[in-house]
Design a protein. Structure first.
Length: 326
């Protein structure tokens, strides 16, 4: 019997509950993600401060290079996980659909992982994505919900363990969305107010490494909220410079941490090069202490949209977190 179809022998954490006949990718006994090829990707509307720092010419992506970079990441992930590809509808203006982490979240603690909360976007260019996500997940057989308050998906809401999540609010998402989720789905959300305009989604500052340990840029948050988070996870603090260069914009795939780095495009000795080196070394130090490896991907064409690696992958389950480390 394959690993994907082996029934659970225990009834502990959600990733231990497997199905003989998975109804959707979330129920597989191996990692599963949602990605979207960049058919509609553009940077026409500057809808974050990173994009506003660039001229129209500087932020125009090279479409061919964007596809090459996408498939470098896709091919690596697909060698270890199921990658479901979100179709790109013939709807104009879906410039950010490639960033599937914002499309919604599969609630890991729910029965059979069959519940999806689809995003209600703040950013005008992204608001047309809500019906795309709703229709896609409904067609896949998921129990699909859309909050009344603003919410921008997994990039804003990170699963810790049990029924506990950490959610960012104040810029692109509302705390009321998490209150509704707590009431509706029997979950607890540790809420972190986000105030730095360059760190406008939670995945810029929070990255769960294991069910017990989480990278957090604590200096960007109210310390009372950080103390509440410490009740649920061991915090590994990272500084603001490393957060700005994307140390938390990572994804775990079994025992490998995936991170975006365009260091080979940079000139040695420049400030940007030195910042990228520091971030990479810091991530590698953390990884080595916890028995992880690190793989880097050049996603420079997506930097033009103000995005990094974690933006491009939506977890359909979190079986990577069941992978045994030394």
């Amino acid at each position: 019997m394959s690993n994907a179809a082996r029934p659970a022998e225990t009834s502990g954490e959600p990733w231990e509950r497997l199905s003989d006949h998975p109804a959707n990718p979330s129920q597989l006994g191996r990692p599963a993600f949602l990605m979207n090829p960049p058919f509609s990707y553009s940077c026409e509307v500057a809808n974050n401060v990173w994009m506003e720092d660039l001229t129209d010419e500087e932020r125009t992506p090279d479409a061919q290079r964007a596809f090459v970079q996408f498939f470098d990441l896709y091919n690596y992930v697909a060698s270890e996980a199921l990658v479901t590809l979100l179709p790109t509808p013939r709807t104009t203006g879906l410039q950010d659909l490639v960033f599937t982490a914002n499309l919604g979240i599969v609630l890991e603690h729910t029965e059979d992982r069959n519940t999806v909360v689809v995003s209600r976007f703040t950013s005008p260019p992204r608001q047309a994505e809500t019906p795309v996500g709703r229709d896609f997940f409904r067609a896949m057989g998921y129990d699909t919900h859309i909050p009344q308050a603003r919410f921008e998906g997994e990039a804003e809401l990170k699963y810790l363990r049990g029924n506990v999540y950490v959610g960012g609010y104040g810029q692109r998402s509302d705390a009321e969305a998490y209150t509704w989720m707590e009431r509706t789905f029997d979950m607890q959300v540790v809420k972190l107010r986000m105030t730095d305009p360059r760190m406008y989604h939670l995945d810029c500052t929070v990255f769960p490494l294991t069910p017990e340990q989480t990278l957090v840029c604590t200096s960007l948050y109210d310390q009372a909220e950080i103390r509440e988070l410490e009740k649920h996870t061991e915090i590994i603090d990272v500084d603001e410079d490393d957060a700005y260069t994307g140390i938390c914009n990572s994804v775990r795939l079994n025992n490998v941490i995936l991170n975006s780095s365009h260091i080979h495009d940079l000139k040695a000795g420049t400030e940007e090069y030195d910042s990228e080196v520091r971030k990479n070394r810091r991530l590698e130090d953390v990884a080595s202490r916890l028995a992880f490896e690190v793989s880097y991907f050049n996603l420079s064409e997506y930097h033009k949209g103000g995005a990094l690696l974690s933006c491009m992958m939506m977890h359909l389950n979190r079986f990577s977190y069941a992978f045994p480390l030394l």
